[in-house]
Design a protein around this ligand. Sequence first.
Ligand SMILES: *Cc1c(COP(=O)(O)O)cnc(C)c1O
Length: 343
Amino acid sequence: MTAYERPPDRPGLRLHLNENTAGCSPQVLQRLRSLGASRTGFYPDYGPAREAAARWFGVRGDQMILTNGLDEGLFAAAILALRGRADGEAIVVDPAFEVYPAIVEALAGTVVRVRFRPGFVLEAGDVLSAVTARTRLVFLNDPHNPSGARIPYPTIRAIARGAPHAIVFLDEAYAEFAAESFIDEAVSAFANVIVGRTFAKAYGLAGLRLGAVIAAPPLIEALAGIVPPYSVNVYAAEALTAALADRAYIDAYVAEAAASRQMLRDFCASRSLDAFPSAANFVLIRVGPGAAAVAAVMAQRGVLVRDRSDQPVCDGCIRITAGWLADTRTALGALEEALCAAR
Ligand SMILES: *Cc1c(COP(=O)(O)O)cnc(C)c1O
């Protein structure tokens, strides 16, 4: 089993889970504080949140549902794809977000593993040659976690067209940072593509658990029949309308993330370390065979980063969140010390 292993909770600057370390917009907090007691007593009305989210993504109401984190959207898609199929297969491209194989195995499906080429290049042919008549689901992730690489749209199209009997789940958890999305094309040109989005990362709502899945209406109708009717809690729904009303806050974080990526890249260039080009709020850095030790020393200095050196294609790599610039400066101080200690 490959159950999702939550990294141990320890004190420190959290740059290991790609969270927005400042959390949500102050306007979100204000809205949450304004809710009276009766709101906790009633089942939530999703009307305003759904409308705001559909407008935000530029889709119609019948092309989207809100979910309890993107994780629930992934789960619902896997149930839709795999239910009643004892021999169902799901393709995962390694290195992958650990939740994908965990969900497939929880549903007794078979995980079929494909790999990125070195440098995190995804060849459509590598995925398509793993497709069989039993393939029910293909997970793609753009921008890709943990590398930050983009998956070119021609590649996504080729995979979706080459596996028309499967659901292609395109996980766009970090799309805000890339300022590009496949949503328009998915809803208009594909009957088998579901786009997943989350309000956990750019919007700073990870603790409230809120995501969305977007697809053509028949797929959305099927997913709506799987997601429990009240899985999004009332605070998350209220937080969403407030968060989406404060675009300036998200824009500011996205801009800081871009500056932080540049700062990390410059640091790595000056020390001849490989920093993979990233379109997300993190950077994967090849620090070498001492990656685990580097992450451990950084943790001792109060900066948590993710050791990814045990993942395919990631040998020697750590992943550092690239969000607010002040955090990035702190991280680079700790990284510098850790690199010296490792020498
Ligand atoms: C963080 C993350 C998610 C999970 O999002 P939640 O909304 O917190 O469930 C999904 N996919 C990827 C690639 C992620 O990094």
